[in-house]
Structure formats: structure tokens, C-alpha cells
Design a protein around this ligand. Sequence first.
Ligand code: MV4
Length: 489
Amino acid sequence: MRIMRSCREMGIRSVAVYSEADRASMHVRYADEAYFIGPSPSSESYLRMEKIIEVAKESGADAIHPGYGFLSENAEFAKLCGKEGIIFIGPSPHAMSTMGDKITARQTMINAGVPVVPGTKKKINKQEDTRKIVEEIGLPVIIKASAGGGGKGMRLVENEAQLMDAIKAAKSEALSAFGDDSVYIEKYISSPHHIEFQVLGDKFGNVIHLCERECSVQRRHQKVIEETPSPILTAKLRDEMGKAACAAAKSVNYEGVGTIEFLVDDDLNYYFLEMNTRLQVEHPITERVVGIDLVKEQIRVANGEPLYYKQEDIRQMGHAIECRIYAEDPDNNFMPSPGLVRHITEPRGLGVRTDGYVYAGYEIPIYYDPMISKLIVWARTREGAISRMKRALYEYKITGVKTSIKFLESIMKHPNFEAGNYNTHFIDDHFTSLFKDTQPCDNECQDLAIITAFVDYMDKLEKLTEMAPPTQNGSHWKKYGRIKNVVRI
Ligand code: MV4
């Protein structure tokens, strides 16, 4: 939906692909053409490279936008697109594979003069090497898989006795998860901030940065809330980190949009962590404060156009926050809560954006990520943005499935969040207090929610009927049947 919206504004026709579970999905209806590509498990549909290439050829598509998940960081897929004469909207396969291998990425950053976390420069092998390295770095250290990233295959080592077992465990985990047992060692940064910089490059070697996103509110390596600007950055540090981010991207001739992740410690030292070679889920907060459509820029760059903006054209204006809405139950260990959405009323009004695809009567499939929507707000100040987010979360009504909305409300109300005083341990550190006042709202409030949701539902129902696809083969390219299960109250 996000990508097709920019395509429509640019006058570009779009072709969607969909699996069995996504027959009734919004993106299938929104696209100019839609092709069925296989059964619900992603390994049999969205991850099938040849099938997707086949659809591109059959439909005559010039380019493929890989989205944020699935094949978006797969260098092999980017290479295959090139071989088949289809434009892959993203960086070169070389940039993707360099950054995909975390040991190579670290080495590349060291050569480019970008600060990395103190640690090994090569994959570790011999015992003696390992002990000597750890002695130099100092405990605690963290063992990471070179083929990992995003927290997969990490092991914390707090004393020397744990070292060898941790390496063995990390290696075997990495081998079974990624088919590569290379691991490396980094000094453990104890309570870091996760701050990432958005970069944008073209085919002519120009790279600019679009400032930072503060992503420290995470749960089990899943981001929950992102904001920009970061409450802890100064203008001077932003400028310095932004320059480092551009140097990082330039070192791999980066084309299109990418993200340089940094860990920032209590003394505001910053260290390169990894690079994401895709458009990220949290990109809308950057779009809002810098006023640039990142998907549009990706498409322009892929089309061979030089960057439209210079670094000095980029200004952060005001403050943006994103909350990720998950279909999961915060009262039951965040268990996914797929199923039929009975009512949905999304927040509207000044400074509010929702990026979602769910409508009343839609059944959220069990097969994919439980994130169902993103709520992005903007205001001139951080304080104003927090108030606006609270108001928007108050307006957000979804019935039928459990959602993380009330958990997000309790984070917005938390004094430490309000003060901008948090790091990557925020959710763990305040776990009990975050659940303290999240009892379901009183009956009166519940009734009002159902009534507003119902009015909205009746309104949507009319539109749904208009949107229903033709019964007979009126349209040869929309290969889906009549939408079922829309009317169930
Ligand atoms: C670290 C770290 C502390 N020291 N590396 C977790 C996800 C992956 N991107 C890297 N991660 C971390 N690497 C060193 N040397 C702490 C984390 C970490 C973390 C990082 C960002 C956001 C949330 C996190 C939660 C736990 C651990």
C-alpha cells in the first residue's frame, strides 16, 4: 500500500502479488493488476524469486520494489532481477552483500573511518586468539553471528568462564539459522540508545543524510515506538553522526535509501552497529519532519536520476512519533491475535497519519508478522507530539482482535518516556509499571467505542460493496474470486 500510493502520485501503474491468505487484502484491490503467486506460507509465495520474476515479465513490469521484509535485503534476488533485465529498486547486490555480512561490514566501516564498537576485525577461530582479544577489549563482551543482525544469534559473556561455551553455542545457532558459523566479538555497551540515520544516495556517488530516528523503545528486538529528533542528540553530534553515516554509505557506493544503525552510550560515544539496505518500517517519521517522500526518491534514483536535494536543503521541522500497532495481546505475553476484525475506527485530524491495510470484516492471517498498522503523529514540539499521540491512540478503536494500543498508551503516559529519559532497556526496566493502569476501560467508554466503530463500519460497508470485484470475468487480470466474509457482525 505504501509503495503503490507513491506510484499512483507519480503516474506509475502497479502490479501486486498475493498469496492464498492475502486474497482479500487491501493491496490486491488497490493495485492496477494483481497476480496470485502461491500458498500462504511465505516460503511458497513471497520468497519465491523465480515466480516473482515470472509475474514481472508476464505483466511487463519495468521494476520491482521489494518492500521492507521478505526479499528486500536479498542480494541474490537483486542480482537475478539485473540478469533478467528488471530494475531492482534498491542498492547494488554488492552493497547488499557487503552490509549483509556483519564482519565484512565492520571491516568496511573501519576502512572508511566510521567508529565501530571495539572488537574483532576478523572472524574468530583459535582459542588463544580469542582469550587475548577478550583480555584487550575487557569484559563484558557480546558474541554475534556474522550472518545475523537484528539480535539473532547474540550471546552475552560476563565472565571468562562463560566465554568458550558462549562461542560454541553462538556458532552452532548461527550454522543452523544461517548456514554460516562465523562469529565475532564486540565490547558490550551496557545501556545503549539505538539511533539510526536515514541516508539517500544516487548512481553518481552523491550521498546525503536525512537525520536520525531514535528507536530505543524495543521489545525482544522488535521496535515498538520511534521518534525524531532523538531526545539526546545535540545539533553538533547530529552533524557528526550524519557525516559518518554518509561516509558509511559512500564506502559501498550506496544507491537509494538505506539506514545506518548506531549504538550511543551514556557519554554520547557512537558506534556503527549495522546497515539496513532497505526502506524501513519506521521511515514515515523521517518523511514527516524532512518533508520528503522516501519511496518517490527510491524510484527516481532507480530510474537513474541524480539526487534532487543537497545536504543543506535538509531541515528537521518539528517532532514526529510512530507507534506500531500489533494484533497481539499485551496481557498474555504479547501472544499474536490474528482473526476477524469486527470494527475499526482509525484516528483522524490534524497531524495524524495511519499506514495500514485493515478494514472491518477483514481476517488477519496467521502466516505473517502481527503488525497491522502504524500510527504517525507530528507536532511542532515533542510535548505536542506526545499529546497528539495520546489523543490519536484514544480515537483508535479495533474490536475482534486484541491489539497493543493500550500498551502504547501506557508508554506515552510513562514519566520516563515523557521526560525523554530512556534507552534500549526501557520496556524491561519498567515492565510492571507499564501494566499498572491498563485495565480495560469502564463500560461507558467501551459502549462509546462500539457505537463509534459501528457507525464507521456501516459507512465502510457501503464502500466495500462498491469495491467488490465483478462476478464474471469482466476483468482478466484481477485473478481473485468474490470477497467472502465481509458481512459478519
Ligand atoms: C549490542 C548491544 C550492546 N553492545 N552490541 C541487539 C540487536 C542488534 N541490532 C544488536 N543489538 C545489540 N547489540 C554491543 N556491542 C546491545 C544490543 C541490544 C539492542 C540494540 C538495539 C536495540 C535494542 C537492543 C536490545 C537489546 C540489546
